[in-house]
Design a binder for this molecule. Sequence first.
Ligand code: APR
Length: 165
Amino acid sequence: MILRAIRDDITTLHVDAIVNAANCTLLGGGGVDGAIHRAAGPLLLEACRRFNGCPTGEARITPGFRLPAKFVIHTPGPVWHGGTRGEPALLRDCYRNSLRLAEENACASIAFPCISTGVYRYPKFEAARIAVETVRAWEGELPQEALFCCFSDDQLELYRQLLNR
Ligand code: APR
């Protein structure tokens, strides 16, 4: 799998699936969640309502509606409480379950935001390390390309250092 780090607005990416750092209600919110719902339009919220929420670490897939991406994979990341409540394993599950849904839906390309590193306050370096390790360890045939879509230069730099190791 090709792994790349970019700095961009994930709602503009022409990939098969973008991942949404959602919350457990799946009813939208701020941050990247809010941006994706705004760009996808109201049908996204309607599609999300059918799931009646989603537990942290699991993932659900919907069409992308008005987004350039075919699909949105919604995954609630863990809120950071110091690392003693299973946050690392839950964050790994977000990436793994998103990749599983991408493969099941024949997605050749996927873009991840920096899950949990905004409102959920996950330490940025630790989160990036888990993201890269988990995606690198993926053994499925698909996706063939994974983009880490950063929203700041400092996070882009973190991913670039990790990807160059
Ligand atoms: N494109 C790419 N990345 C973005 C975008 C965007 N348009 N907007 C924000 N980001 C980045 C943030 O800068 C951060 O690095 O996404 C990362 C995740 O931050 P949040 O969106 O705050 O998500 P998270 O920390 O996982 O918290 C989830 O926030 O928005 C609410 O409904 C959401 O309750 C949930 C919580």
